[in-house]
Design a binder for this molecule. Sequence first.
Ligand code: PGA
Length: 235
Amino acid sequence: MKVIVTGSYDESCAVVAEMIKDLVVSKPNAKLGLATGGTPVPIYKKLIAMNEAGEVDFSAVHTVNLDEYCGLSGDNPQSYRYFMEKHLFSQVNLPQGSTHLPNGTAPDMEAEARRYEALVESLGYADLQLLGIGHNGHIGFNEPCESFPAAVHPVELTESTIQANSRLFDRVEDVPTRAITMGIGTILKARRILLIAGADKREIVEKALTGPITPWVPASVLQLHRDVTVITCGE
Ligand code: PGA
């Protein structure tokens, strides 16, 4: 595992955006595993600027996102599909149809989980998977639990995740209590993993990277992957 400590969060985002650009320049049909949340937004801004400047072309790229809330359709401003359209997809030359997320309104979530895993597999899994980390150590919506879930699956969100994500909703009662997420196995099949975390996540990052590998700290499983880069910042 490689750890890069930068001088600022903006610098971390610049490092990650450059890595994504370099991958797409060298492999124009790269599969990018993307994440939502506050963490990646500045990275997406930098990618949009690079795309506008003609430095990177997304026309042959496919994207696969980690997760989606259950019960929210893509036109709901709180859904992750909406988030991705707003912060990245609609602002770069990614073809419609090349961007993939689980469908949060599928009638049968178990069937949707199988469909999404099969889709990610058919694309050959991510060349590069971008990850944030929750204060409880979750990656995607793989919450602390008794065993590492292998494949895409529906999940009940923990109270701490509901509380953390309620900042983006009017009321905590509006936060969905279920989600559908790539499993730990799906994430580990990415060829390269970039985990980016701001200074507020220092404690959990430390625990995940140097503590015991346990599903109670889901990100700790990254210690087993052969190509993980963690980008944190000193302030
Ligand atoms: P954040 O969420 O980027 O909004 O802090 C990260 C996560 O929960 O994975």
